[in-house]
Ligand binder design. Structure first.
Ligand SMILES: Nc1ncnc2c1ncn2[C@@H]1O[C@H](COP(=O)(O)OP(=O)(O)OP(=O)(O)O)[C@@H](O)[C@H]1O
Ligand SMILES: [Mg+2]
Length: 352
């Protein structure tokens, strides 16, 4: 037993009558965030998927910071350092960088002295990841000291972590709006019915705000500044009708602030949400009629950080006429669902 986050959780070890029980993790290696959950769903780690490395000299590529500390350096990296995102659209592109990130980040998941067996893990992977990408992920996680690795599609893990049963005979649809990718997936009875994705998601929303301020208000904000503005917009709800951005004036190079109406920010984000709506429409077209009827009746489940952007659910409801259910824990349900798979081998068997 251990007490990260102040909650008791089961993390493997010796149990009278049962012997040595292996610890297990559910892992979501996202483009924006890496989340690790324990077998019982306890959150063990939630850090940005960012690393800071030396950019030149003899120590080029050497790790300087990882996770939250590395993300805080985005846009303010000292000379000789650079920040890198080791995963692109949820898969590994540069093996060496990704390996050092995964090894460094998983070291943060505290193991107890009595955990003698190497832990096992289930990792969420985007539906449609290639065999090569899957192998790279497994190898990198094994190198970090994990004994046995299984894979589960992220949409299935997210659904499971949000309380849906992917083995039931009713068709379900989930929309995962992450940092790099938005994925729409329909499944039923342990199989995928249809899946579509687009590369316009949360990070593209940040870029859209950045561009909007540059073009319309001749003002430059950093990547973290634009993301912060996006978060303020989602927290705003029915709050004030304007927000203040801080940045640098493009003409004078001086620091300045700019009042922005919520409506103009919504409009700046619209092309990104439109493209997700298009993806959802294509997915519905790929589905059998009975399955579409199930979705129209039950609605869709949305999760991933990008789904939190103000008015997202409402726009989907307007476009399709079905109910949109926001997951209770949109940022962690994939890792929690992957951890649940440790005890539900039938799900790995059906979808793995
Ligand atoms: N409250 C919020 N409002 C709006 N956007 C948010 C909020 N919280 C997080 N995000 C955005 O969500 C994105 C990250 O979401 P998430 O952690 O689900 O992505 P990921 O799983 O790492 O990425 P991917 O699934 O594409 O690999 C980022 O673009 C972040 O800015
Ligand atoms: Mg994700």
């Amino acid at each position: 037993m251990g007490t990260p986050n102040g909650r008791w959780h089961w993390d493997g070890g010796f149990r009278p009558g049962l012997g040595w029980i292996q610890a297990g993790y559910g892992i979501d290696l996202g483009t924006a965030n890496t989340v690790v959950a324990g077998v019982d769903g306890t959150l063990l780690l939630n850090e940005p998927s960012v690393m800071a490395v030396r950019a030149d000299g003899d120590r080029k590529g050497q790790l300087v910071a990882v996770g939250g500390a590395a993300k805080a350096l985005v846009g303010r990296t000292p000379i000789g350092m650079t920040t890198v995102r080791p995963l692109e659209d949820g898969v590994i592109t540069d093996l060496q960088t990704a390996r050092s990130f995964i090894v460094a980040i998983l070291k943060r998941v505290k193991r107890q002295p009595w955990q003698v067996l190497p832990p096992q893990a289930v990792i969420g992977v985007p539906w449609g990841a290639t065999e090569l990408e899957k192998r790279a992920l497994i190898e990198a996680v094994e190198e970090a000291g994990v004994g046995h690795v299984d894979l589960v599609p992220e949409p299935i893990a997210g659904a499971l972590g949000s309380g849906l049963n992917p083995l039931e005979t009713r068709a379900r649809m989930v929309v995962d709006v992450g940092g790099g990718t938005a994925e729409v997936t329909a499944f039923c009875f342990g199989g995928i019915l249809a899946a579509r994705s687009c590369r316009t998601a949360g990070d593209e929303m940040t870029m859209a705000l950045h561009q909007y301020l540059r073009v319309e208000h001749k003002m430059l904000v950093g990547e973290l500044g634009a993301e912060n503005l996006k978060m303020q917009l989602s927290r705003n709800g029915s709050g004030p009708h304007s927000l203040t951005a801080e940045g640098r004036d493009l003409a004078s190079d001086r620091a300045r602030t700019q009042e922005l109406s919520v409506d103009e920010l919504d409009a700046a984000l619209r092309p990104v949400t439109d493209s997700i709506i298009q993806t959802l429409a294509s997915c519905l077209q790929d589905m059998p009629a009975q399955a579409v009827a199930d979705v129209m009746q039950d609605g869709v489940l949305v999760f991933g950080g990008g789904s939190l952007v103000g008015g997202f659910g409402h726009r989907l409801e307007e476009a399709f006429g079905f109910a949109v259910h926001q997951a209770e824990r949109p940022l962690t349900c994939v890792a929690e669902g992957a951890a649940m798979c440790l005890r539900r081998p039938e799900i790995i068997k059906a979808f793995g």
